[in-house]
Design a protein around this ligand. Structure first.
Ligand SMILES: O=C(CO)COP(=O)(O)O
Length: 255
């Protein structure tokens, strides 16, 4: 059995004050959610508030990035030790926006994944093809190289602490969701690749989320797919009522 997890990714949105307001509204809405995991990815400046406001609840907090190093002369960067110190449990790594705008390669992302695991932070590793790659029929090649590159030297045991998020870049922030069948096809490919890399048992237990214009209207159908184990939600995670509908869609499903 694997866990369905619905995570929000706020991206560069919400001040600490706005984060506090979000949780005041969101916590009571999801307090009865038992089966699904709930994670909010918040910007660095809102993490302290987010951790404080969710202490003792069923909501976990993720950072949206980190540096692989523990400390040093890396102006503007944030280390795994700093995140651990705040009480953060998860970290989103390799998001397509980091790959696209900040030059993150599979090698850089792999360093971060290994560092997160070494520091007892759970990575949410994002993968997904661009529109031109899908149109060139290279979706599987791209996803395969992102997974093999991003998870290089990660052990089968460590995979118990890794979440994958399949986010087709053409579906992010565009309102253009992959159809449930399109998404399921890639998720099944990811599961078979994980089987090759780590064995059937590990592959069966890894949570593989879908991300890209998931919202309160389409989440249930996406998460109903055999290999879609929740979502990584951008825009719709900014609004407590909308995100709650997605969380509850995940809570209704057992994998
Ligand atoms: O990038 C995403 C989550 O990481 C998806 O963003 P949207 O849900 O806004 O399309």
């Amino acid at each position: 059995m694997r866990k369905v997890i619905v995570a929000g990714n706020w991206k560069m949105n919400k001040t600490a004050k706005e984060a506090g307001e979000f949780f005041a509204e969101f916590k009571p809405l999801v307090k009865d959610v038992k089966n699904a995991g709930i994670i909010i990815g918040a910007p660095f400046t809102a993490l302290e508030t987010a951790v404080r406001e969710t202490k003792g609840t069923n909501i976990k907090i993720a950072a949206e990035n980190m540096n692989a190093k523990e400390s040093g002369a890396y102006t503007g960067e944030v280390s795994p030790l700093m995140l651990k110190d705040l009480g953060v449990e998860y970290v989103i790594l390799g998001h397509s926006e980091r790959r696209e705008y900040y030059g993150e390669t599979n090698e850089i992302i792999n360093e971060k994944v290994k560092s997160a695991l070494a520091h007892d932070l759970k990575p949410i590793l994002c993968i997904g093809e661009k529109l031109e790659e899908r149109e060139a029929n290279t979706t599987e090649d791209v996803v395969k190289s992102q997974i093999i590159g991003g998870l290089k030297d990660v052990t089968a045991d460590q995979m118990a602490n890794v979440i994958l998020a399949y986010e087709p870049v053409w579906a992010i922030g565009t309102g253009k969701t992959a159809t449930p069948a399109q998404a399921q096809e890639v998720h099944a490919f990811i599961r078979s690749l994980l089987t090759d890399l780590f064995g059937a048992q590990v592959a069966e237990n890894v949570t593989v989320q879908y991300g890209g214009s998931m919202n309160d209207g389409n989440a249930a159908e996406l998460i109903a797919q055999k290999d879609i184990d929740g979502g990584l939600v951008g825009g719709a995670s900014l609004v407590p009522a909308k995100f709650t509908v997605i969380v509850k869609a995940g809570d209704a499903v057992t994998k």
